[in-house]
Ligand binder design. Structure first.
Ligand code: SAM
Length: 356
């Protein structure tokens, strides 16, 4: 083989390997689901130290014949960063928790287990088998192509799934909130008298705010089937309603992971109304947004890929999208706001303050 042929063959096989990687990528999420269902992170956590394969087999109470299969599962999960593997005394190999698997422990205050379980569920994954039909069809969203109705309407009609979805969102929120409130962004909430958490789900975000800042009266506005019969406190209330119809006045309007579910037209509608509300409050008030900002050139490849994956989920399940900074800025300025500040502190998400 000459050098050109050699290079051609190398590229061919690299291309083939790349296709196999993409083809089997669903195993990254399904093996994660398996680890959650088996409770592997919980077992290592309650073991109190890293665990050997044979200890894991006996804690899982599985057939010894499955030992090599478990070894293979753990090898994949170690490779993807979910667990780590070290040697004790330079000999015995043991599996330990990483930052990712620590978040899977079920009895920790912030567990991502409900979030992973919900979003890896066939209900959320199966529609993507019909993506090409959606591209060729006329329905606005993939969800409608597959389920015949819009996403939020589907949640309204399926209380069990709605509850799982809200718990999935809450799992995501609790990690973030403890940092927002207690560590990084305390000053953003200090001095506020009232805050409305618009599309706040079951209120897990603003409940933590209301406990950390008893002087802030927090109101969670969400659809009736989401906020019905949830417990309130003196400075923490729910309003059942439609954010396109009514949002109560406040010193700050919080939208966490709400705008990425809205197209530009709907996003602009909501922001214009907030701008008017701030104007009629003597120009006092601000909008706080927690969402993804795509900043592809400057970021790590992996983080950007995760944002692009979210963008596909949003763009086909709703009419929403993940936005670049210039797309966010256009929305803010078109709605009549004069400036904004982006603080990129939540891994994938940023906190954006928008001022009149
Ligand atoms: C992606 S979830 C985010 C929930 C919460 N902010 C969080 O981050 O955990 C979007 C939320 O918007 C709510 N929502 C959707 N359409 C709405 C509307 N028209 N009025 C009020 N809430 C709405 C949904 O019920 C859902 O709770």
């Amino acid at each position: 083989m000459d050098a050109n042929q050699d290079q051609g063959a190398k590229e061919l096989f690299q291309g083939q390997a790349q296709l196999y990687k993409l083809m089997f990528s669903h195993l990254s999420s399904t093996s994660l689901k398996c680890a959650i269902e088996l409770g592997i992170a919980d077992i290592i956590h309650s073991h109190g130290r890293a665990i050997t394969l044979s200890e894991l087999v006996s804690a899982l109470d599985i057939q010894p014949t499955k030992t090599t299969s478990l070894f293979r599962l753990m090898r994949l999960l170690v490779h993807s960063g979910c667990f780590n593997k070290t040697k004790v005394n330079g000999q015995e190999e043991v599996y330990g928790l990483t930052a990712a698997s620590t978040l899977l422990i079920k009895d920790k205050p912030y567990s991502m287990s409900p979030t992973v379980s919900a979003f890896v569920d066939p209900l959320f994954v199966a529609p993507f088998q019909s993506l090409s039909s959606w591209f060729k069809g006329t329905e606005l969203t993939l969800w409608e192509t597959v389920h015949g109705i819009k996403f939020w309407e589907f949640m309204n009609q399926n209380p069990g799934i709605n509850q799982r979805f809200n718990e999935a969102m809450a799992g995501d929120t609790e990690i973030m909130t403890s940092f927002v409130v207690k560590v990084e962004c305390k000053q953003i909430f200090e001095g506020l008298g009232t805050l409305v958490d618009v599309g706040g789900g079951n209120g897990s975000f603003s409940r933590i705010i209301s406990e950390a800042f008893p002087g802030i009266k927090c109101t969670v506005l969400d659809l009736p089937h989401v906020v019905a019969n949830l417990p309130e406190a003196d400075n923490f209330k729910y309003i059942a309603g439609d954010m396109f119809q009514f949002i109560p006045p406040a010193d700050a309007f919080l939208f966490k992971l709400v705008f990425h579910g809205l197209g530009d037209e709907d996003g602009l509608k909501i922001l214009k109304k907030r701008r008017e509300a701030i104007a009629s409050n003597g120009e006092r008030g601000k909008v706080i947004i927690i969402d993804i900002v795509i900043n592809a050139e400057e970021e790590e490849h992996e983080l950007t890929e995760t944002k692009f994956l979210f963008d596909i989920v949003l763009s086909v399940n709703s009419t929403g999208k993940e936005r670049t900074e210039s797309e966010w800025a256009k929305l803010f300025f078109d709605a009549g706001f004069s400036h904004y500040k982006i603080t990129p502190i939540f891994g994938m998400r940023s906190l954006i303050e928008v001022y009149p």
